[in-house]
Design a protein around this ligand. Structure first.
Ligand code: ADP
Length: 593
């Protein structure tokens, strides 16, 4: 209940009722006192009349046969006896028929000497019509004022008591009614806070209220039963919904229509590098990425400025960068079944790999075009020169020209083959395999690169640690893989360097390991992890030789995808590298997908 003293309509009515009853009671009391006072005054007036008349008759009677000199004494004696017995009579006066005062007696016992009422009666003998004089009685009215003040006090007391009882009854009644309302209000609060099954006590309440309380308790019990029946289903639904959102592969941030985050799934927390506590119940605009930018702020403003029907069809898409990650963010509005807008969802998709790939692809295209243009330009100029001026050159120069042309054609051929191999190996068609001799293959490859090694004054050796039997593999693809390793080793080796091919067979593991070790520039650890990725190239001061970034990826695809083997690299910058592959000699289940 609200503790603040506020005048409800009910309170106002009670106060109004109390004021009205006070006014009524006071008015009735004043009216009653006024009436009583009036009646008393009239009665007192009559009392004065009676006294003066009685005194007149008595005085005429007692003085009727007396000599004139005795009359005054007799009147005095009689008057004094009356004055003595009535404290309320202040004085008695006798006058003759001419109005001359013949006797005046004052009451020594009168409480107060004020005369409030004077009553005069004629002194008339019985049977006579003319009065012989008059008698005047003066009354103080003390009794009246005493009676009326006593009456006033009693009435005031009675009405005050009546008013107090009345007010008390009203207040108690009000309290009792509001007590019942308070009990009911408390019950409703419990229900609204989810305490289904809560019961209110029905004792000490009026019968109508008891009915209401019983209906309330009945409703509470039904809600409790309903809750028991549905809670599991609701919880299951809720958990299902939450676990789907929480475990979804993309990041999901749900915001209410005040922008406060109400849900942030695990993936979103990882992508945004925040914990649930850091963002939950806070506006998403306050999120700061690792570079210190409020990366959502502007886009959310834009989202809010766009009409819902437009944004619903075309959600806002943008990229944010958190740390080194590129995250695609999509903001779309959220509606209830009744199409009421309730907030928005931000879906976060990690595009780092795709962005890297895109960058690599762009690099690949520029590299390929560059790589193709160079031999083509060289070929054109050499062939042009030979065609136009060939006769003028001696045999040695012509041979030199043709040698260069041959080299460039080999380079071109290799590159075109790489690209063709790439698309072939990427395709899902399985390579044909037959029993082959790997030792023979290694010797063939070494022979093929002999010209190149000689050109660079490189020394190539084969270390056959243990020889495997023939086993199933696709000869051409493995040959290209090893040639790739070898040509890279040649490319990155210093003059007079040594290149070693190692062959090792492990009968226990049923595996053959082939490795190519050079004494070249080596590869830094951060590049080693990615070196087998498609289009990946190390481009720095040491690795200046251009290429497509496809060679090692082709090796990986050949070995892993088509033969169920593994590739590896061990390298140290400045000392050299060992690139190798391991092939299973026993048949393995291959999935080219
Ligand atoms: P590319 O055809 O461009 O040479 P690769 O896939 O064959 O592509 O090689 C990828 C990268 O790996 C190259 O850019 C190169 O820097 C590095 N690399 C490959 N082999 C060696 C090696 N033996 N020594 C040093 N770096 C190497």
């Amino acid at each position: 209940m609200n503790n603040k003293v506020s005048l409800t309509t009910q309170n106002r009515l009670i106060i109004f009722g109390l004021l009205l009853s006070t006014v009524l009671i006071v008015a009735i009391a004043v009216f009653a006192i006024f009436n009583i006072q009036k009646k008393l005054n009239e009665g007192y007036q009559n009392f004065g009349q009676v006294i003066s008349k009685t005194l007149a008759i008595e005085s005429v009677e007692i003085t009727k046969n007396l000599p004139a000199d005795k009359i005054i004494d007799t009147l005095q004696t009689h008057s004094e006896s009356i004055l003595k017995s009535h404290n309320d009579i202040v004085f008695i006066e006798f006058r003759d028929k001419n109005g001359k005062l013949i006797y005046s007696g004052k009451n020594p016992h009168a409480v107060q000497s004020n005369t409030n009422i004077r009553v005069t009666s004629p002194l008339t003998a019985i049977g006579e019509s003319n009065p012989v004089g008059s008698v005047t009685v003066g009354l103080s009215g003390d009794i009246i004022s005493q009676i009326s003040s006593t009456t006033r006090a009693s009435l005031l007391f009675v009405f005050s008591v009546a008013w107090l009882v009345f007010a008390f009854v009203i207040l108690i009644n009000t309290y009792l009614i509001t007590r019942e309302l308070r009990i009911l209000q408390n019950g409703v609060k419990k229900i609204s806070s989810g305490e289904f099954g809560y019961k209110i006590q029905t004792k000490d309440v009026s019968s109508e209220i008891e009915e209401l309380f019983n209906a309330f308790n009945d409703m509470s019990t039904r809600l409790h039963i309903y809750e028991e029946q549905n809670i599991d289903r609701i919880m299951l639904e809720r958990n299902k919904f939450e676990s789907v959102l929480m475990s979804i592969a993309n990041g999901v941030v749900v915001c209410d229509d005040n922008d406060n985050v109400v849900l942030v799934n695990n993936h979103a927390q990882t992508l945004l590098e925040v914990t649930e506590e850091q963002v939950l119940n806070k506006p998403i605009q306050q999120y700061i990425d690792t570079s210190g930018n409020y990366c959502f702020k502007e886009k959310i403003e834009q989202f809010k400025d766009t009409p819902l029907e437009i944004i619903e069809k075309k959600p806002i898409e943008f990229n944010i960068n958190v740390d080194k990650k590129v995250i695609k963010s999509i903001i779309s509005p959220m509606f209830t079944r009744n199409k009421d807008y309730v907030g928005y969802i931000i879906v976060l998709i990690d595009m780092t790999k795709e962005a890297e790939m895109e960058q690599m692809r762009a690099g690949f295209i520029s590299n390929v075009s560059h790589e193709l243009r160079t031999p083509v330009t060289v070929l054109r100029s050499y062939i042009d020169t030979l065609y136009n001026y060939g006769n003028e050159f001696d045999y040695e120069t012509q041979k030199e020209f043709i040698g260069t042309i041959n080299q460039e054609i080999i380079r071109l051929n290799r590159m075109v083959n790489d690209i063709l191999d790439f698309s072939r190996l990427e395709a899902d068609t399985e390579l044909e395999k037959e029993p082959n001799n790997i030792e023979h293959l290694i010797e063939e490859c070494a022979k093929q690169v002999e010209v190149l090694t000689k050109e660079h004054n490189l020394h190539i050796t084969i270390d056959k640690k243990s020889l495997p039997p023939e086993f199933m593999f696709n000869y051409d693809s493995i040959e290209r893989a090893l040639t790739n390793y070898l040509s890279n080793a040649i490319k990155y080796s210093p003059e007079n360097g040594e290149i070693k091919i190692t062959l090792n067979y492990s009968p226990e593991n049923k595996e053959v390991e082939v490795a190519v070790t050079d004494q070249g520039c080596g590869i830094a650890p951060e590049h080693q992890k990615k070196i087998f990725d498609r289009f990946y190239r190390v481009e720095n001061n040491t690795h200046t030789i251009k290429g497509t970034g496809l060679g090692l990826n082709l090796v990986k695809t050949t070995i892993e995808k088509h033969h169920g083997g593994r590739v590896f690299v061990h390298s140290e910058v400045g000392k050299g590298s060992t690139f190798g592959f391991i092939l299973p000699t026993a048949p393995v289940e291959i999935s080219v997908k």
